[in-house]
Each structure stands twice: as structure tokens, then as C-alpha cells.
Design a binder for this molecule. Structure first.
Ligand code: RET
Length: 266
């Protein structure tokens, strides 16, 4: 096996370790935030905070494992970090399994703050879970063939990525509807903050397919190191935006809506 091409510089190796540590540290800090602020909102909104807590725990564990997987795959050879013979290869696979939990959770949590209830809530919950779940499972299959991996196969990687994107577009259509419906019965700053979730969502969620696609740059002469390091940086920014910032915006909206309805926090 030619492991030469899989070598990463000291800086590259450390940036990934640092960014993954930032990732799981943010999840731990935000976990406390969601627990401590849960009662600032009326009971009907609190499921949003409960779901954020679930998401934080699962993302914390995943990013911790991701960091361990990265450190364990390489060893310093006196000049750079080379693949360690006999060690497990670094894999993003754990991420996808974490998303399988977190994607339906994140999509469902907003329904409580948007006050979508009854059969509409059930309808959205089902559609979000099925389409979000398929989007992730198909991407999980595709990532095994990622360019740069030993068993790369650009055809299958692109094929599963494109099919997964079709479900992603459907999720974007549904979430746009949910946010617009929710906004319709809000006013003032609650409406402004809740409305700002839509652009956040579009930017943060698109970063995932961008990171999935990044390794194709190797076909155009970009190094293995640059693509793999930027992939981890993009994933971490996306994780913090789509889970932590999103959850905080929902929490703030819920407490503003509660206050308007006369709910006083102790
Ligand atoms: C994949 C495969 C390539 C095509 C597309 C993808 C979309 C992934 C998304 C993931 C979102 C994850 C979140 C996780 C939070 O915990 C699967 C990368 C479209 C949108 C929000």
C-alpha cells in the first residue's frame, strides 16, 4: 500500500485535533445551557430543550470518538504524521450514525416552538424522520467510496450522494413551510429570531454535502491533507451551527413567546 499520500503535516494533524475538541467541548457547554434554561419557557415549548439535550449528549460522544479515531490513526514519524501500521483507519462513518439520531430530532424539535400540533405535527414528524433518515443512510453508503479512501469509487460515491440530495431538497421544502407557518403567528423580536432560523438552516445544512463533496478536489490536484482537514473543519462549523446555535435560537424564541403569554420565570 502506498501510504505516502496519506501523510499529514504537523499543522494539519493538530488543526483536526483542535477543531474536533472544540466541537465536543461546545456540545458539553451547550448541554448545560439547555438543561439550565429549560424552565424559562412554558411547558408546551419545553420539548424543544429536551430534544436539544438528547442531541448534545449524542453529538458530544460522537465528536469525542471522532477525535480519538483521528489521533489513533496516525503516528509522528519525526517529520510529519503518517498512517500508523496496524491501526484502524480514520473514518467519518460514526458521524453518519450520529446524524441518524440527530437529524430527525433537530427537525422535530422546531415543531414544538412553531406550535404545529395535532395531525399536522404527526405528518411532519413522519416525513422528517423518513426523508431525513434516508438522506443519511444513502450518504453513509456513499462515504465508503469517498475519493482518497483505499476503496474509492467515484461513480458510487457520486451516485449515492446525488440520491441522498433528492431527500435533502425535500427536507428543505418541508422546513421552509414549517418556519413560515410558525412565523405567521409570532410577532416582534420572537418573530425576527425565529425567522432568522431559515437562513441559518440553509447555510448550516448545506455545509454537510459540501464537506461530503470536498474530496473530489483531489482529482484537481488539491492534496489529501488539504481536503481531509477542510472536511473536518467544515463538519465542525456545521455541527455547531445546526445543533448549538439553532437550539439556542429556538430556546430564546420559546422564552420570548412564553413571556408574551404572561409566563414569568422564577
Ligand atoms: C450527505 C450525503 C451527500 C448528500 C447530502 C448529505 C446531507 C447531509 C446533511 C446532514 C445534516 C446533518 C446534521 C447533523 C446534526 O447533527 C448525507 C452528507 C445532501 C444535510 C444537521
Amino acid at each position: 500500500m502506498n501510504t505516502e499520500k496519506f501523510t499529514v503535516s504537523i499543522e494539519g494533524f493538530e488543526i483536526v485535533n483542535h477543531i474536533l475538541t472544540l466541537g465536543y467541548a461546545s456540545m458539553a457547554a451547550a448541554l448545560l445551557f439547555f438543561i439550565l434554561t429549560k424552565n424559562n419557557a412554558m411547558p408546551k415549548y419545553r420539548m424543544s430543550s429536551v430534544i436539544s439535550v438528547v442531541v448534545m449528549v449524542s453529538a458530544f460522544l460522537l465528536l469525542f470518538i471522532q477525535k480519538e479515531s483521528w489521533s489513533a490513526a496516525y503516528a509522528f514519524n519525526g517529520q510529519a504524521y503518517a498512517l500508523k501500521p496496524g491501526a484502524d483507519l480514520f473514518t467519518n462513518g460514526y458521524r453518519y450514525l450520529n446524524w441518524l439520531i440527530d437529524v430527525p430530532m433537530l427537525l422535530i424539535q422546531i415543531l414544538f416552538v412553531a406550535e404545529i400540533v395535532g395531525s399536522d405535527r404527526v405528518k411532519y414528524m413522519t416525513r422528517f424522520t423518513v426523508s431525513g433518515g434516508l438522506m443519511i443512510i444513502l450518504g453513509y453508503i456513499g462515504q465508503f467510496y469517498e475519493p482518497g479512501r483505499l476503496n474509492e469509487n467515484i461513480f458510487w460515491w457520486a451516485f449515492w450522494g446525488i440520491v441522498s440530495t433528492a431527500f435533502f431538497i425535500y427536507v428543505l421544502i418541508l422546513i421552509t413551510r414549517v418556519i413560515n407557518d410558525g412565523k405567521a403567528h409570532m410577532e416582534g423580536s420572537a418573530r425576527a429570531i425565529f425567522g432568522a432560523i431559515l437562513p441559518l438552516f440553509y447555510v448550516a445544512w448545506w455545509l454537510y454535502p459540501v464537506a461530503y463533496a470536498a474530496p473530489i478536489l483531489m482529482q484537481f490536484g488539491v492534496s489529501y491533507e488539504t481536503t481531509i482537514v477542510s472536511q473536518q473543519v467544515i463538519y465542525t462549523i456545521a455541527d455547531i451551527a445546526s445543533k448549538v446555535i439553532y437550539g439556542v435560537m429556538l430556546t430564546v424564541t420559546a422564552s420570548m413567546l412564553s413571556e408574551k403569554q404572561g409566563f414569568a420565570t422564577a
